[in-house]
Design a protein around this ligand. Structure first.
Ligand code: ARG
Ligand code: ZN
Ligand code: CA
Length: 404
């Protein structure tokens, strides 16, 4: 809201690629210009697990490139383990770097609702006549043999396609043209499993590119002893490749521990990268804060029909005169149904982000005060349902959660 509705006529595109990895930096489009009416934004909460809905655009020229759903699920699970520092190889982080290795508390879910509000698998499969794409964004346009982006204020767009040459993937930085917003991953490094071949078989290309999508630079700042702007990643002369022995020092090392070559923002093999640092996590989370380029994701609800999908008959969404507040809430949540007949005797079910039912309330008066003191802090989905209408709320319990 602080920015005026200032639309820049000119978009400058820098193409400062390094040889292997490309990140395109663009002049910021102002977020507010993307949507006509901006709903009220909120800030991130300190311990909040931020949920990012994704849409996967699979572009195939050969049948092999039309990868099975399982590869996509493996890849998203792997991405989530990396972002939550739940990957089994965290044990390989060298001792001197363990104290700065961090859980980002950012998780990714495959979208359940498409931009028209219809149910979706979150996976789009499209035949393309293009045998190999150059990293020039053609895969992001249906008119060029690719597939158009879904609304980048609500969806993290991932294009999976055959990229020409040795490019494993590329990304934009936050704040660019919404039509190009997202990451592109080479088909044969997408997933995590025996169907891929070493050294790019553990899904880390997506982890790395997602780091860029959330504002991270390469550790060496793409110049000799350059800076990534993050204070707890040590300066390093250039990229690392393969699988170095610890410590790997360089001319600009400031201590004997040398390069953080096991960081996801270096160029080592998948088997040898295993961490984001606290400073990198701070940078990525700042994108979601009020005024940040990814702030709109805090209001995205496109993953949230998942719990209801198990119900045999899902009533359509409709206007129900029901409110739930405050949001974020603490030990009490108030449910108010102004039209009592519409809500009387009906249930509100609260689910956690894993889709597990954590609380069920039956409405018996216009105003219901729910004791929520037993709920751990975090994000919840509350669903009201009667015979013919449904209303879904994304609610947040404030406070710290998990490790501090
Ligand atoms: N954009 C980089 C490239 O194309 C990605 C490097 C990812 N590294 C990895 N181990 N998967 O080379
Ligand atoms: Zn990169
Ligand atoms: Ca640094």
């Amino acid at each position: 809201m602080k920015y005026l509705l200032l639309v820049l006529g000119v978009v400058l595109t820098f193409r400062g690629y390094s040889q292997r990895c490309m990140v395109k930096e663009t002049m910021p489009f102002f977020n507010e210009a993307r949507k006509g009416v901006q709903t009220s934004s909120r800030d991130t909460l300190p311990g909040e697990v931020i949920i990012v809905p994704v849409v996967i655009h699979v572009l195939y020229n050969t049948n092999d490139q039309n990868i099975p759903d399982q590869h996509i699920i493996d890849q998203i699970n792997s991405l989530n383990r990396d972002f939550r520092r739940k990957n089994a190889d965290t044990v390989n982080t060298p001792a001197p770097f363990k104290s700065v290795a961090a859980d980002s508390r950012i998780v990714f879910c495959i979208a359940k609702t498409d931009p028209d509000g219809k149910s979706t698998t979150g996976i789009i499969r499209k035949y393309t006549r293009v045998k190999a794409f150059f990293p020039d964004d053609q895969m992001k346009y249906s008119s060029k043999g690719g597939d158009d982006a879904w609304d980048a204020s609500e969806y993290f767009n991932i294009w999976v396609c055959n990229l020409f040459g040795r490019t494993l993937g590329y990304s934009v930085m936050p704040g660019g043209n919404p039509a190009l917003d997202g990451v592109v991953i080479q088909t044969n490094v997408f997933g995590n499993g025996p169907y891929l071949s070493a050294p790019f078989n553990k899904g880390r290309t997506l982890t790395h590119e997602t780091g860029h999508w959330l504002g991270l630079k390469h550790l060496w700042g793409d110049s000799v002893c350059g800076s990534d702007g993050i204070d707890d990643t040590p300066p390093q002369e250039g990229s690392s490749t393969g699988c170095p022995d610890f410590p790997k020092t360089s001319s600009c090392s400031i201590n004997p521990y040398g390069d953080m070559f096991m960081d996801f923002m270096d160029f080592t093999d998948d088997a040898c990268m295993n961490m984001f640092s606290t400073g990198q996590v701070r940078e990525m989370r700042s994108q979601f804060a009020k005024g940040g380029f990814r702030n709109s994701f805090l209001a995205s609800t496109v993953c949230e029909s998942s719990p209801v999908e198990e119900a045999p008959q899902v009533p359509p969404d409709g206007e129900v005169d029901l409110q739930m507040y405050p949001n974020p809430f603490a030990t009490q949540l108030i449910i108010r149904g102004n039209n009592f007949d519409e809500v009387n005797g009906k249930a509100v079910r609260i689910y956690n982000v894993q889709g597990k039912l954590v609380q069920e309330i039956t409405i018996q008066s216009q105003t219901t005060i729910v004791n929520t003191s037993q709920l751990p802090s975090g994000v919840y989905i509350a669903i009201f349902e009667n015979a013919n209408k449904r209303k879904i709320f994304k609610i947040v319990k404030a406070g710290y959660s998990g490790n501090r």
